[in-house]
Design a protein around this ligand. Structure first.
Ligand code: FE2
Length: 245
């Protein structure tokens, strides 16, 4: 956007005036964004979609700092997400669009925002649908339940187990299991809770934010697991998992 300083506004030539006219849409966009950044809904303090995105973007930039603290980041993103107005028109429209896909028998994904620093998508499950255990290489994740009810379990990879598992297997430690209902949040970082599985108890819609976002390399590195039906003897949280091809 061109910059117009005070002096130029005070001594407008015709070309200058036309320039201001040309810049008006951009000025309006900036004003709209600025309003959105302050734009909490009066009633309950919830955030408009634009304000939400800008707040997430501001936090996501911090990943480029040397001292990026992922635990703090997912807490901050969760704090922002907990203020998102779930009836925002942008969100409702996205939800409505994926609703029509429910009958295809698999989990639906719809990206609402893809940026260099983060990706935001809606995920929809039919009753009983499962996403098998998988990891998120080098990524953080924040899942906000927008509607429905879904069980999530998160696992840490046991880096150097006393007894190494057979080839093609890893040892996982279950570190969290919870049932998410509307407004509940689950998070993971590159180091903690990075592997998860989800099982929908009702038709469920989630808002997912991944930072950094998926790209070809991260998708390629991502692993999917098949959990052993029984935990290791003596420790119900320890589970052997076969790495799927
Ligand atoms: Fe995931």
């Amino acid at each position: 956007m061109d910059d117009y300083d005070r002096r130029e506004f005070l001594s407008l030539s015709l070309p200058g005036f036309l320039g201001v006219l040309a810049a008006l849409p951009a000025l309006c966009t900036v004003a709209t964004r600025a309003n959105a950044a302050e734009g909490r809904l009066a009633a309950d303090g919830a955030m408009h979609w634009e304000a939400f995105l800008e707040a997430v973007a501001a936090e996501a930039k911090k990943q480029h700092l040397d001292a990026w603290n992922q635990d703090q980041y997912v807490r901050d993103i969760a704090g922002i997400a907990s203020r998102l107005h779930l009836e925002d028109p942008v969100l409702l429209k996205g939800m409505e669009q994926i609703k029509t896909r429910l009958k295809k028998g698999k989990v639906d994904f719809e990206y609402l925002e893809k940026r260099v620093d983060f990706g935001l998508c809606l995920v929809q499950f039919d009753v009983g649908e499962i996403i098998a255990p998988h990891d998120h290489p080098g990524m953080t994740g924040m899942i906000l339940c927008a509607s429905g009810e879904i069980e999530t379990s998160n696992y840490d990879l046991v880096e150097k187990p006393d007894t190494p598992p057979p080839a093609g297997h890893e040892l996982l430690r279950r570190v969290e299991t919870k049932v998410l209902k509307k407004n509940d949040i689950s998070t993971l970082t590159a180091k903690a809770r990075n592997i998860h599985t989800l099982h929908a108890r009702k038709v469920t819609q989630l808002v997912d934010i991944f930072t950094p976002p998926y790209n070809d390399e991260r998708s390629e590195k991502s692993r999917w697991y098949e959990l052993s039906p029984e935990p290791k003897p003596g420790d119900p949280a320890l589970i052997e998992a076969r790495i799927k091809e």
